[in-house]
Design a protein around this ligand. Structure first.
Ligand SMILES: Cc1ncc(COP(=O)(O)O)c(C=O)c1O
Length: 377
């Protein structure tokens, strides 16, 4: 049977990406100035990373065709986990097949260690955080988005004597680029003898002096803080990870997610090692990203749109109705610019227009986006 190419309307995939991802990216046969995705440093197309992936495949093959805990891990996987632990300054780290799975693996390990009895989760948390929480089989209570008072209220209502809460959130929420109030969450965790978990997939690499994410950004350090993330965004590679102390990471490494899945492909492991090295050794790319974020936000603000003036590389706005947003999205595409018109967790049913700037965008590219958008508003 030959595969039938679906019309874009029938397909769940609106765009066919026909080039490497970069500031210019080819979609459906046309090159666009690309302000989307999560490749905040555009390492996905970095020649050194591609070279590392090729060499690893030539040396070790595609993959090991086994679960790591059953028939063997590889030197590359062990090296990657050392690199992750070194990058985040933790005792140990576990590498997992995706960021999506990191949350599940993390919760299962915390449950085994009796760290919590009930999960209290931000209602706008990523699908994988909510799914991972439900998989534990423990009681899951949602609290209002970033609302510390509501969290307290929910804890008082649901937590019984001697029970411990696990407070769960994204670190950096991907649609509106909001930061979780983790400082307040830690205080509550201390008060109720609980713990905090963040899915920091969007903050790792880009937030904090060393790119360690939201905890570093707020200068927090505590045995009650746990996190997972992805290597597929800022680090330009693929796969998820969990960091932490030796006992916790041992539970992750011997848990169902790692035991029940094949080790990720060698190309991606080698690329991830290189990606971590690049982000660690080149702090200037983080500075470029922050500068570009400020520059873009200044421009967008000059158009009369409300923006949070900070160094986070995402600008999102919602207009009166989805037809207007669709129209602007299309008109920008006609001008050779791609931004997202997206419905995702936190966007609401009508969707939002979302711009992602990277460390590689140039000022003229950002100017062109801002002036083109200005004409359409
Ligand atoms: C907040 C958040 N967590 C987790 C994931 C999943 O990470 P991965 O793509 O590595 O599975 C994503 C999206 O990709 C995300 O946006």
């Amino acid at each position: 049977m030959t595969a039938k190419r679906q019309e874009p309307k029938e397909s769940p995939f609106k765009h066919i990406m026909e080039s490497k991802v970069g500031t210019k990216t080819k979609l459906n046969g046309k090159e666009y100035l690309y302000f989307a995705g999560t490749g905040y440093f555009q390492l996905q197309s970095n020649p050194e990373m591609i070279q590392a992936a090729v060499e690893a495949t030539q040396k070790f093959g595609i993959g090991s065709a086994t679960s790591r805990t059953i028939s063997g891990t590889t030197p590359l996987l062990l090296q990657l986990e050392e690199k992750i632990a070194d990058f985040f300054g933790t005792e140990d780290a576990a590498y997992l097949p995706s960021g999506y799975l990191s949350n599940i693996a993390g919760f299962q390990a915390l449950e085994k260690l009796n760290v919590f009895n009930i999960i209290f989760i931000d209602e706008s948390s990523h699908y994988s955080n909510i799914g991972g929480a439900l998989i534990t089989g423990k009681k899951v209570v949602k609290f209002k988005h970033r609302d510390v008072d509501d969290l307290r209220e929910k804890i008082r209502t649901h937590l019984k004597n001697m029970e411990k809460p696990l407070i769960v959130s994204d670190g950096l929420f991907p649609i509106w680029a909001e930061l979780a109030p983790v400082e307040a969450y830690l205080k509550i965790a201390e008060e109720f003898d609980g713990a905090v978990w963040v899915d920091d997939s969007h903050a790792v690499g880009i937030l904090g002096e060393n790119g360690r994410g939201i905890y570093e950004y707020f200068h927090l350090d505590s045995d009650r803080l746990f996190m997972g993330g992805t290597l597929s965004k800022a680090f330009g590679a693929y796969g998820g990870f969990v960091t932490g102390n030796t006992a916790f990471i041992r539970e992750v490494k011997t848990g169902h997610v790692m035991t029940g899945s094949s080790a990720p492909p060698n190309a991606l492991v080698a690329a991830a090692i290189k990606g971590l090295e690049i982000v660690k050794n080149h702090p200037e790319i983080r500075q470029n990203l922050w500068n570009n974020a400020f520059y873009l936000k200044n421009g967008i603000k000059s158009l009369g749109l409300k923006v949070d003036e900070n160094h986070l590389p995402i600008v999102t706005f919602r207009l009166s109705d989805s037809n207007k947003m669709r129209h602007i999205h299309q008109k920008l595409m006609d001008k050779g610019i791609y931004i997202q018109f997206v419905k995702y967790v936190g966007s609401g049913a009508d969707g939002v227009l979302r711009i992602v700037v990277t460390s590689s965008h140039t000022k003229p590219q950002i100017d062109y986006l801002v002036s083109s958008l200005g004409v359409l508003l």
